[in-house]
Design a protein around this ligand. Structure first.
Ligand code: ADP
Ligand code: MG
Length: 513
């Protein structure tokens, strides 16, 4: 009878099959190594996966070092999280340490029990992990893939020869974990330490990592006293894709969609027109991949960014005039299955039944973004024709849209001057506060043709009467007739009816004479 080494509870029958009814085939190390190395991580997504582990271990600080020594270069990541005991470090190093089906704590950023290994092996052939829990001993383990290949067995090294330099130089005083990547064939290659070009590429890689982490973990970096990440001694800052600190950023109505019994939350943003922010701020807003590429959905899982700027296969192209549209999507980690989150945490797929909602929200945000993008044109033409007057002004308050009546409008000015007996300001405030904005937005997306244009199908006398009142109001402000007519032709909504304006005003003037 074979002695079972695994917990009996995992075998529902509790009895083993008789000998001779099966073969034990361990995965061939050299073959498995290559597949573990081929998950398609980039340097920055691989390091982000290590940071996930540090956050899951409640680290407050993550120190990353890029050390250039040609082919002996290394990258290390140290955190002050809870650390691991000897038994947990061994299971952490096992490829597939936890089943993806196991329910994770709400804050856990892990999933497949693979990240530490797959992320590391995608970049290096020697992974050392050193760890210490509070009041515990320092524990170390190392995977050396060349050694595994030679021995044809998954031998996890306890005795690490030679010890990575950081282990000698760096210590864990209270608690924490250090992950060290050596033999980085895919990062530093086989170059000599004095190879300037290779060194430059290494530094560029470090810069990319910095930008990626600033984006992926921006919400963690933003919370006071939560997480600090240091790269070669310098603290990185957060990159907020939504430029929320800019007053001109617009937040559209938040929507909650039901997915897998829980809510996911969508917050669309339209970023400010270039003319509304400083040059520096506009430059920062462009993000790691530039303005055009950064448009689209930003999918977060437990506040950690998975996909930054993507229209998620909804059939939209990334076009210049939509570049100000960025939409935040918040998922809890319990939706991983529905969203097909992959090991690298760099892919998310909208479940089929949510696609139409996502499309609707994307269209709404994109339409608003185009308006802002084109606003520059409007401002310029208004400068040339200073008389272009709108009755309603779209404004933002704390990042939210509202509409107000333009007090400078000639008709409004006239009413003030005539000393109307009602409190005009109170009236306007009520008008402004009660605009059915959400109705307008929803209708615009669902049935955009349902909106009538100004005075569409209205009796002509109404348009004529409003036109003549406006004309008189302008004349009363001292504007001469020809100029007043010109202004009306440029004024909303009369600009839509140039023929009516011509005929009606000519008749009016003729009668007057
Ligand atoms: N920096 C760290 N601090 C403490 N524990 C860690 C750290 N990195 C990894 N671990 C442990 O190793 C396990 C395996 O990590 P990983 O391979 O990334 O898979 P996952 O994150 O999906 O669980 C984690 O669940 C955690 O228990
Ligand atoms: Mg992980």
């Amino acid at each position: 009878m074979i002695q079972k080494s695994e917990p009996v509870s995992e075998d529902p029958e509790g009895i083993d099959d008789p000998e001779g009814t099966y073969d034990v085939t361990q995965p061939e190390p050299s073959a498995l190594i290559e597949s573990l190395r081929a998950f398609g991580y980039s340097l920055e997504t691989a390091i982000a996966d290590l940071v996930d582990n540090s956050i899951a271990a409640k680290a407050k600080n993550v120190w990353i070092r890029f050390e250039w020594k040609g082919s002996d270069s290394y990258i290390s990541l140290k955190d002050d999280g809870e650390g691991m005991t000897e038994s947990s470090i061994i299971s952490a190093m096992r490829p597939g340490s936890q089943s993806p089906l196991k329910e994770r704590s709400l804050k856990d950023l892990g999933r497949f029990g693979l990240g530490l290994k797959t992320a590391s092996f995608s970049q290096c052939r020697r992974l050392t992990v050193v760890s210490k829990v509070n009041n515990g001993e320092i524990v170390k383990r190392c995977w050396d893939l060349d050694y595994v290949k030679i021995k044809k067995e998954w031998r996890l090294l306890k005795l690490i020869e030679p010890e990575p330099l950081t282990v000698i130089n760096d210590t864990i005083s209270v608690q924490g974990t250090i992950v060290i990547w050596e033999k980085m064939d895919r990062v530093s290659g086989n170059h000599r330490a004095d190879d300037e070009k290779a060194y430059k590429r290494f530094l560029e890689g470090a810069e990319k990592v910095k930008q990626h982490l600033e984006m992926v973990f921006h919400r963690f970096l933003d919370y006071p006293n939560s997480l600090k990440i240091w790269i070669n001694g310098r603290m990185i800052t957060s990159w907020d894709p939504f430029m929320k600190s800019e007053r001109a950023t617009q937040e559209l109505p938040v929507e909650k969609l039901l997915c897998d019994g829980k809510n996911l939350v969508i917050t669309p943003y339209v970023l400010p027109h270039q003319s509304k922010v400083s040059t520096e701020s506009h430059k920062i807003g462009s993000g790691p991949r530039g303005w055009n590429a950064q448009q689209g959905f930003y999918v977060y899982r437990n506040e950690r960014l998975l996909v930054g700027g993507d229209w998620l296969s909804l059939g939209f192209q990334k076009e210049e005039h939509y570049k100000l549209a960025r939409i935040q999507v918040d998922l809890p980690n319990s939706m991983d299955g529905e969203w097909q989150i992959d090991v690298k945490k760099s892919r998310a797929k909208i479940p089929g039944y949510l696609k139409s909602d996502f499309k609707r929200i994307a269209v709404l945000t994109r339409n608003n973004a185009v308006d802002i993008y084109r606003h520059r044109g409007k401002v310029v033409s208004r400068k040339h024709a200073q008389d272009f007057v709108f009755m309603w002004e779209q404004k933002t308050r704390h990042g939210k849209f509202f509409y107000s009546i333009n007090r400078e409008h000639p008709l409004v000015q006239q009413a003030y001057k005539n000393g109307v007996k009602i409190d005009l300001d109170a009236l306007f405030s009520i008008l402004e506060e009660s605009i059915p904005v959400s109705h307008i937005l929803v209708t615009n997306v669902g049935e955009p043709d349902k909106f009538s244009t100004p005075f569409e199908n209205a009796p002509p006398e109404i348009l004529q009467s409003v036109l003549l009142s406006s004309f008189s109001a302008l004349l009363n402000t001292g504007v001469e007739e020809g100029e007043a007519k010109r202004r009306l032709l440029a004024m909303d909504p009369f600009s839509l009816f140039p023929d009516v304006v011509e005929v009606c005003l000519n008749e009016f003037l003729k009668d007057k004479k």
